[in-house]
Design a protein around this ligand. Structure first.
Ligand code: ADP
Ligand code: ZN
Ligand code: ZN
Length: 711
C-alpha cells in the first residue's frame, strides 16, 4: 500500500520551507518514525509527522520522492515529544524542522542501520549487567523534618512545585527521594518510569552527578544514569540519547538541551537552580528549558490521565532554588505553582552573617579593605578557607597609555580587550581576537602602558602578597588559587582544582561566579564579593535579581558545616551600602526582596506582569540593522493584535559591534502573552519579506527572542 508521509527535516529558521515535506512510501509509517529522505541532492534525517494514505492535494506520484529508509530498531518518537517540539517551535518563533532536528543527537544523521544496531545493542547490554542489590548497604540519611514535609506534600501536588530551600537545606536529598519513588512505581504499558534532572552546568556540580550515580546505579544498573550536555562527544551524546529513548536509562542528568531528550516513561522533571540564566538558550531557538519543563510535565500528565493508568498518576515538576526567578515566585504567589519552603540548613547551622564594607571609608585604591583582610588572616590561622568572588576574569579589563590615552580596544568589536598577564596577551572576550601585549604604546611609543581595573588574575596575585604574613595552623603561608573559565579550560583541570580545595590544600580561592555554584565545600567560613556595584546600576532590570541570587549562592558556600556556621560570614565591598538589596541580603530575606522587585515590575508593566520579545538584527552597518528593525515595525500595521502591542524604536546593543558585525534590537511588549504570541506569528512572514527590502541591505541575520533574559 502506498502512503504519503509528511516528514520534518532540518530547515533553517527563516528558509521559507513549509513545516513538512511530502514523500512516498510503500510502508505505512507511524508518526514519530525516524527516516532518511532525499532532499535536493542530499539524503537527510527526518521525522515522520503524519502518514496519510491519500496523496496530498495537487501532488502526483511522479512529483513525490520515495522515503529512502527508516532507522531500524528505533521506536517512533512519541506524541508527547512531538507536541513538545511543536510547541517550542511555535512559542519561540522558529521552524518546527529546526527545533525537532536540533533536538536529536547529530550522530544519528551519520550512522547506517548496521552501525545503529551495534550501538543499540551496546546500550541494552549495559543495562542487562546484573545490578547487585546493595539496597541494604545504602546509606540514606534520615530525612529532616522539612524534607519529610516537602516530600509528603509533593505526593499530592497537582501543580508545579517550587522548592524554595535555603542553601544547604538538603534540596538534593528531596530530589533523590522523589526520584526513588518514581523509579519504584510501575510504568504504563511496559515502559519503565524515568526522571529528568536538569542542572545549569554539569561540570560545576560534579557532586550532584556523583550522588545520583551512588544512589541509583547499585539499584538499577550501571546504565541507569546518563548525562546529556554539550560538553560530550557526539558518540557519548548518541549513547545517552539512545539509552533514554529506549527506556534503558532511568535517569537523565543534563543541561538545558536535555529538556528535548526522548523519555517515553517520563514521570518527574527536576530543575535545579531554576533561576539560573543558563536555562535560556541564547542562540537558535531561544527557548527556556525551565519553562519548557513546566509545559512538558503538563502534557505528559494529561497523556497519563487519559491513558487510564493508576488514578492520580502524573508527571511532576520540581523547580528548586534558594533564590527563585521572579517569574516562578510570582506564579507561586498566584497559586499556579505550589511553594514549598525549606528555610533551615541541615544540621541546624545558620546562614552566614553579612558584613558590608563601605568602600567610601577605606584607604584609596584598596583592592581588599583592611578589615576584610584581617578577617581572612584569622580564618586562615584557624585552618578555615575563604572564597573571593569577582566577576571579571583576566588581569585587568583594559590596558592604557597615560601619555596619549590609547586603550586596548578590540579592532573588531566595540569593547576593550582584556589584559591576561600569565600569557601576556590582550584578549577580546567577545570575538576571541588575541594578540601579544605590545612592548610600548602602539600609538605613541610610550613604554609605560598600564593595566586599569582588576580581574581575577590580579586579585589572586595581590592577595598572595597581602596575605604573605598570614600563617596556616601548620606555620606555612597561605595558598591562594584561582578558578575561572581560564584556569579550568584544560580537561580535568576543574576537577583538580576542586579536589585541591576539598583537601584543604588551598586556603583562599579567587574566582568568578563559577565558584558560587552548587559546590558543597565543608571548610569555607568566609565568602567575599569584592566588586559588585556595577550590577546595581546596570540598565538591565534583571541585574539586581541576578546579583542577589549570586551573593546568596556565594554566601551559601560558607558555613555548610554546621560546626562552623555560626561564625561564617559573607563580606561585600560596596560604594553604595544603603542600597535596599543589601538590607534584604542581611536578613537573608528573599521573600522581601522578591516582593519589592515584583512591585517595581508591576508598576513598569514588566515581566511577569507583561510579556516581552526582542527583534534582533545583525548587519554590516548599524544603519542597516536599525533600518531593518524600523521597517519591520512599520510593516506591522494592521497585523492581528497590533493595538495590544508596543513596538519600541530600534536601538544599538550595549556592545554595539562584535566581530565586525553591528548589532541592534527592538523591544516588543504587551500586557497579554497571548496577544504577543499571536502578533509574533503573524509578524514572522513580514519579517521574512523585510529582509530583502533595499533598506535592509547588509543585514547579516535576524532573530526573535521571546521572553528575553537580557534587554
Ligand atoms: P542544597 O542543595 O539545598 O544547598 P544539599 O542537598 O547540598 O543542599 O545538602 C547539604 C548537605 O546536607 C549535603 O552535604 C548533604 O549530604 C547533607 N544532607 C542533606 N540531607 C540530609 C539529611 N537528611 N541528613 C543528613 N545530611 C543531609
Ligand atoms: Zn600612548
Ligand atoms: Zn573583539
Amino acid at each position: 500500500m502506498t502512503c504519503w508521509p509528511s516528514v520534518i527535516v532540518a530547515t533553517p529558521a527563516h528558509s521559507g520551507v513549509s513545516a513538512s515535506l511530502s514523500y512516498r512510501s510503500e510502508l505505512l509509517l507511524a508518526p514519530g518514525t525516524l527516516v532518511r529522505v532525499p532532499l535536493g541532492k542530499r539524503e537527510v534525517l527526518g521525522v515522520v509527522w503524519d502518514c496519510p494514505t491519500e496523496p496530498p492535494e495537487g501532488l502526483t506520484d511522479s512529483q513525490t520522492r520515495e522515503v529512502t529508509g527508516t532507522l531500524d530498531g528505533l521506536p517512533p518518537l512519541n506524541a508527547r515529544w512531538r507536541q513538545l517540539v511543536k510547541f517550542a517551535g511555535q512559542y519561540y518563533q522558529r521552524s518546527l524542522g529546526e527545533v525537532a532536528l536540533a533536538a536529536l543527537p547529530p550522530q544519528l544523521r551519520e550512522l547506517d542501520n548496521t552501525q545503529l544496531a551495534r550501538r543499540l545493542k551496546r546500550r541494552t547490554q549495559a543495562a542487562a549487567q546484573p545490578a547487585e542489590s546493595k539496597l541494604d548497604q545504602q546509606t540514606q540519611p534520615a530525612l529532616s523534618a522539612e524534607q519529610a514535609e516537602a516530600l509528603s506534600v509533593l505526593d499530592t501536588a497537582s501543580v508545579p512545585v517550587l522548592l524554595f530551600g535555603a542553601t544547604g537545606s538538603g534540596k538534593t536529598e528531596v530530589y533523590l527521594r522523589a526520584t526513588q519513588r518514581v523509579l519504584d512505581a510501575q510504568g504504563t504499558g511496559g515502559t519503565p518510569t524515568q526522571v529528568l534532572v536538569m542542572v545549569p552546568e554539569i561540570n560545576l556540580t560534579p557532586q550532584l552527578e556523583a550522588r545520583f550515580r551512588e544512589r541509583f546505579e547499585p539499584l538499577y544498573g550501571a546504565g541507569a544514569v546518563v548525562c546529556l550536555h554539550s560538553g560530550m562527544t557526539p558518540a557519548q551524546r548518541l549513547a545517552s540519547w539512545l539509552s533514554a529513548h529506549t527506556g534503558v536509562a532511568r535517569i537523565v542528568l543534563g543541561t538545558r538541551m536535555a529538556i528535548f531528550a526522548s523519555l517515553p516513561g517520563l514521570r518527574l522533571i527536576v530543575v535545579d537552580e531554576e533561576h539560573d540564566p543558563s536555562y535560556k538558550s541564547q542562540e537558535g531557538a531561544r527557548y527556556s528549558a525551565r519553562d519548557l519543563a513546566v509545559y512538558r510535565a503538563k502534557i505528559e500528565s494529561e497523556a497519563l490521565s487519559t491513558a487510564g493508568g493508576v488514578a492520580g498518576t502524573r508527571c511532576q515538576v520540581i523547580l528548586g532554588s534558594a533564590t527563585p526567578s521572579l517569574e516562578s515566585w510570582h506564579a507561586a504567589d498566584q497559586g499556579r505553582y505550589l511553594r514549598l519552603a525549606m528555610p533551615a540548613r541541615i544540621g541546624g547551622g545558620s546562614l552566614p552573617r553579612l558584613r558590608l564594607v563601605d568602600m567610601n571609608h577605606q584607604p584609596k585604591g584598596a583592592v581588599i579593605a583592611p578589615p576584610l583582610l584581617a578577617a581572612m588572616g584569622e580564618r586562615i590561622a584557624r585552618g578555615e578557607q575563604c572564597l573571593v568572588l569577582l566577576n571579571r576574569r583576566g588581569y585587568a579589563p583594559v590596558l592604557a597609555c597615560h601619555d596619549c590615552g590609547w586603550k586596548s580596544g578590540c579592532p573588531h568589536c566595540s569593547a576593550y580587550r582584556v589584559f591576561h598577564k600569565l600569557d601576556r596577551t590582550l584578549r577580546c572576550h567577545h570575538c576571541g581576537f588575541t594578540e601579544r601585549v605590545p612592548r610600548a604604546c602602539p600609538d605613541c611609543g610610550n613604554l609605560d602602558i598600564a593595566p586599569v581595573g582588576r580581574g581575577t588574575e590580579q586579585v589572586e596575585e595581590q592577595l598572595a602578597a597581602l596575605l604573605a604574613d598570614a600563617r596556616r595552623p601548620d606555620g606555612q603561608p597561605p595558598r591562594v588559587a584561582r578558578m575561572d573559565a581560564d584556569s579550568t579550560r584544560l580537561k580535568g583541570s576543574l576537577e583538580t582544582q576542586l579536589a585541591a580545595l576539598h583537601s584543604g590544600e588551598v586556603d583562599v580561592l579567587v574566582g568568578t561566579q563559577m565558584i558560587a555554584k552548587g559546590h558543597d565545600f565543608r571548610r569555607i567560613t568566609l565568602v567575599a564579593g569584592i566588586n559588585v556595584d556595577a550590577a546595581l546600576f546596570a540598565s538591565d532590570h534583571r541585574a539586581p535579581e541576578r546579583l542577589f541570587a549570586l551573593l546568596m549562592q556565594a554566601g551559601g558556600r560558607a558555613g555548610r558545616d554546621a560546626a562552623h556556621s555560626a561564625a561564617s560570614e559573607m563580606w561585600v565591598q560596596t560604594w553604595t551600602p544603603e542600597h535596599p538589596l543589601f538590607a534584604a541580603l542581611k536578613t537573608h530575606d528573599f521573600p522581601a526582596f522578591a516582593a519589592e522587585q515584583l512591585a517595581e515590575r508591576e508598576i513598569a508593566g514588566m515581566p511577569p506582569f507583561g510579556a516581552q520579545a526582542l527583534l534582533r538584527a545583525d548587519a554590516r552597518t548599524q544603519a542597516a540593522a536599525q533600518a531593518f528593525l524600523n521597517l519591520a515595525a512599520a510593516q506591522a500595521v494592521g497585523l492581528p493584535h497590533r493595538d495590544a502591542i508596543t513596538l519600541y524604536p530600534a536601538v544599538p546593543l550595549t556592545i554595539q559591534r562584535v566581530a565586525n558585525v553591528e548589532r541592534a534590537q527592538l523591544l516588543v511588549e504587551s500586557a497579554s502573552r497571548g496577544a504577543l504570541q499571536r502578533f509574533l506569528s503573524a509578524w514572522g512572514p513580514v519579517l521574512h519579506d523585510c529582509r530583502s527590502a533595499p533598506e535592509a541591505r547588509g543585514l547579516v541575520r535576524w532573530a526573535v527572542d521571546v521572553d528575553p533574559q537580557v534587554i
